[in-house]
Design a protein around this ligand. Sequence first.
Ligand code: PRP
Ligand code: URA
Length: 212
Amino acid sequence: MSEFKNVTVIDHPLVQHKLALLRDKNTGTKDFRNLLSELSALMAYEVTRDLPLDEIRIETPIAATTAKMLINCKVAVVPILRAGLGMTDGIMNLIPTAKMGHIGLFRDPETLNPVTYYCKLPADIEDREVIIVDPMLATGGSACEAIRKIKETGCRSVRLMNLVSVPEGIKAVQEAHPDVHIYVAAIDDHLNEHGYIVPGLGDAGDRIFGTM
Ligand code: PRP
Ligand code: URA
């Protein structure tokens, strides 16, 4: 947990080590993408910790026994485009039966308000445990809008997975969506005058796709 209610800071040494490499301005696009993918898989363990299991009967080569599996629990992973795409491989490799939705949002550079340009969600998303993924939680505008769009479908089980956050963004999400649990690897210091996280890692989309 953290000083914030409903926020889990994933402080596992492997997560923190890889995050430090990711933050470094000398880390190039290829390594940045690989690290982000690895971090997403590591974080997925914590984000999915409370998924409900079903008991089943199986036979091992030695004896019949009761075992636990994710049978009735259906997951949807929803990246916020573009940067969220960099976090999907890691989590989809762990939960290959998950469905994926996509929400396209960018921040207006002047107002920092989110502008939606795309939204395609699984038809049965209201029956799924939804995990929204985006490396950055800055003002929180993009996350709040993505959560709103998903709740509009009737879905009531949403969790948010970000790599780097700031208190401003966490508070914005908590105020608008107090039921949504937030998982992060770091809570940084503040936002600068351009809405960038300090110290952060720069523009996540640009670093993933090499568009800087
Ligand atoms: C980044 C990031 C988040 C958003 C966070 O996306 O990936 O979606 O900013 O900022 P916020 O919390 O203030 O809304 P960006 O708008 O740069 O778009 P991109 O991923 O297409 O580059
Ligand atoms: N979006 C980013 O990509 N980086 C930030 O620091 C803030 C928003």
